[in-house]
Ligand binder design. Structure first.
Ligand code: GDP
Ligand code: MN
Length: 376
């Protein structure tokens, strides 16, 4: 489970890490009120669970409470990378001198926890990692022993953190590790860790907790929020479908998790973005195909790519199912179907003769490209 920024920040603050003053708002009026309390100049941050909100227009600065209200009336209710903005975090505008990065993540390869520290952080951290590899240090921590001071010193030296900041960075790093293990997190991250005249402040916070450990952390489980996206996921899981909301514009339906993943990759490769992950499983019944379409039609998708490999499941059965389902549903977006495997010829014939406006593809690549073009 991924926490919203404001939720992660509350936890960080509880553990002694400084965060900007601020509060969450659901309406432009509330934003204005909070901005006034904070002295006028604020940052308004969309609370959506996607990375790179800054670049996607989800982080805005305002010079006055009125401006804050105006900006947030566009932000609240709108979408950032396909995710609806229900709440914004309104914070005092920091005077940032420089940006650093600190984070911990589970490292499966070493069966440990990877600590990452960098003296350069911010929105382009991946880019920075490429241009300044010498300013990023990573170190695997053995969870049985925990984080020792010498681990931190090693990270501080290697990442070239200025000497005068060592005390403060050490403190924050050890507190962040404490949070990582206390809540059995998969990832905790501060990016940017802002260097200001008032000290180091966590300007952003990211945290995701292992779902399998959530039962031990009821206080965190309670934080799981109602959002349109996870509502759709919940609905799908009740219907026995394996659906994950991604937020792009090409809806995907495939049989088998591997097939669904490969289809998503292909959509990306063709320059598009998948709306979802959806595995209807092998041997899906007509009823299941119908439910899957219904869920897809509620997502963001502007086109749908049905990619089926017939093994034990026969393509003609699948095709007959698709035709029956689509005749019963009111579908306004283009649908591309690719059938391969057992009885594929028969399957395509059924689709062609159905009288439905379907786009039929023989190859995966061809189908993916078509679906991406049609979504535009
Ligand atoms: P992300 O794009 O989703 O990671 O969102 P962040 O919370 O990291 O914000 C993106 C960028 O906005 C940060 O890297 C900062 O450069 C900038 N930013 C965020 N808060 C403040 C602030 O209070 N003051 C200033 N000057 N910049 C900020
Ligand atoms: Mn950030």
């Amino acid at each position: 489970m991924r926490l919203q920024e404001y939720q992660a920040k509350m936890l960080f603050e509880k553990h002694g890490i400084k965060i900007p003053r601020g509060r969450v708002a659901r309406s432009p009026e509330e934003v204005e009120k909070i901005a006034r309390e904070l002295g006028g100049k604020v940052v308004i941050k969309a609370q959506v669970l996607v990375g790179g909100r800054g670049k996607a227009g989800g982080i805005k600065k305002a010079e006055s409470p009125e401006e804050a209200r105006n900006i947030s009336s566009n932000l609240i209710g709108g979408k950032i990378k396909g995710h609806r903005v229900e709440k914004v975090l309104v914070e005092e505008l920091l005077n940032i001198e420089s940006e650093m990065y600190v984070g911990f993540t589970v490292d499966r390869v070493s069966k440990g926890i990877a600590a990452i520290l960098s003296s350069v952080g911010g929105v382009d951290v991946e880019e920075i990692a490429r241009s300044y590899p010498e300013r990023i240090a990573t170190q695997v921590i053995d969870p049985r022993w925990g984080l020792y001071d010498y681990n931190i010193r090693n990270l501080l030296t290697r990442s070239k953190i200025p000497r005068e900041l060592w005390n403060e960075v050490s403190y924050i790093t050890s507190k962040l590790y404490e949070i990582m293990v206390t809540y059995e997190a998969e990832l905790v991250e501060i990016n940017p860790l802002a260097v200001t005249k008032k000290g180091l402040i966590a300007a952003d916070a990211r945290m995701s907790v292992d779902d399998n450990a959530l039962f031990r952390h009821q206080d965190l489980a309670k934080l799981s929020e109602f959002t349109e996206e996870n509502e759709l996921e919940r609905e799908a899981s009740k219907l026995g479908l394996n659906y994950v909301h991604i937020g792009g514009d090409v809806g995907i339906m495939a049989n088998g998790a591997g097939m669904a993943m490969a289809t998503m990759d292909l959509i990306k490769l063709m320059g598009g973005s998948p709306a979802n992950f959806l595995d209807i499983g092998g041997g899906a019944s007509k009823e299941e195909v119908k439910r899957a379409f219904e869920v897809l039609l509620k997502s963001n998708a502007k086109s749908i790519f049905v990619n089926i490999f017939g093994g034990i499941t026969r393509c003609d059965d699948v095709a007959a199912g698709i035709v029956e389902v689509l005749k019963a549903l009111d579908v306004k977006i283009p649908i591309v179907v690719r059938l391969a495997g057992t009885n594929e010829e028969e399957g395509r014939k059924i689709l062609k003769e159905s009288g439905l406006k379907l786009f039929i593809a023989k190859e995966m690549e061809e189908g993916a490209k078509l679906a991406v073009d049609l979504a535009r």
